[in-house]
Design a protein around this ligand. Structure first.
Ligand code: ZN
Length: 247
């Protein structure tokens, strides 16, 4: 049976679902929880560029990222849906600030010991992939913003996820049928397998079709693994994602 209280603590949420930023993990010398709470409050209420810039400074310099250090904190994953709400309903200046912060959250590097977060899609998902999920969930809104929104969606697409629904054996390999989120290019990839509370590495997965795009059923060849290692419900993510800056 799942420990609900533990899950709440890992996500930094209290009983009402509000985020307790001081309960979200982060490097003690870099992460400043108070800056997240204040930054989100100022950004949500911003009615001009000066206020949005102040919020951006709070969030971008020790809140959810540290722009001088090029670091992203676990708080970025918890803040992403709140930031996207502000982008949708707040002032245009606040929206631009959100797009910039999310772009940094996708491209900055997490600090050792603070690289993963608990999400509904896995208990130890890399921060960038968790942020990308939230970005993709607002794809209609973001695409409607034009070039900036589309660029953010394109950045998020690289943090793909494959939800396994069914597998069959093919020699020593497994063919996994499932649902692809994001964009998985052709070729062979190293992937992470997220199972029931565990993460392991798959040394080679290839798409059965030349390229895979967001929101499509697809199938993957998983080299050297048997179907029983990929039961329905497991998920695949890019391996070594977020370990170095993306170009
Ligand atoms: Zn990622």
């Amino acid at each position: 049976m799942r420990d609900t209280r533990r899950e709440e603590t890992e996500r930094g949420e209290d009983a009402t679902g509000a985020v307790r930023w001081d309960a979200v993990p982060g490097h003690p010398e870099w992460y400043e929880p108070d800056r997240v709470a204040e930054g989100l409050r100022v950004l949500a209420a911003a009615t001009n560029r000066v206020q949005a810039a102040r919020a951006g400074s709070l969030l971008g310099c020790g809140g959810i990222v540290h722009d001088h250090g090029g670091a992203v904190f676990p708080a970025a994953a918890a803040a992403a849906p709140l930031l996207l709400d502000i982008a949708q309903h707040g002032h245009a200046a606040a929206r631009d600030t959100v797009l910039g912060l999310l772009d940094e959250a996708l491209s900055f590097v997490p600090q050792p010991g603070y690289t993963r977060v608990a999400t509904p899609h896995g208990e130890a998902v890399r921060i960038c992939c968790a942020v990308a999920h939230h970005v993709r969930s607002r794809s209609g809104f973001l695409a409607g913003l034009g070039r900036t929104g589309k660029l953010l969606l394109a950045d998020a697409a690289a943090h793909w996820r494959f939800d396994v629904q069914e597998c069959v054996a093919d020699g020593d390999d497994t063919i996994a049928f499932g649902w692809l989120s994001g964009h998985l290019p052709g070729g062979t990839h190293v992937a992470e397998l997220h199972g029931d509370g565990t993460v392991s590495e798959l040394r080679a997965v290839t798409l059965a079709y030349p390229t895979g795009w967001d929101g499509r059923e697809n199938c993957l060849r998983v080299v050297g693994r048997s179907p029983r290692e990929l039961p329905p419900g497991v998920r695949l993510f890019p391996a070594r994602c977020g370990e170095e800056p993306r170009g």
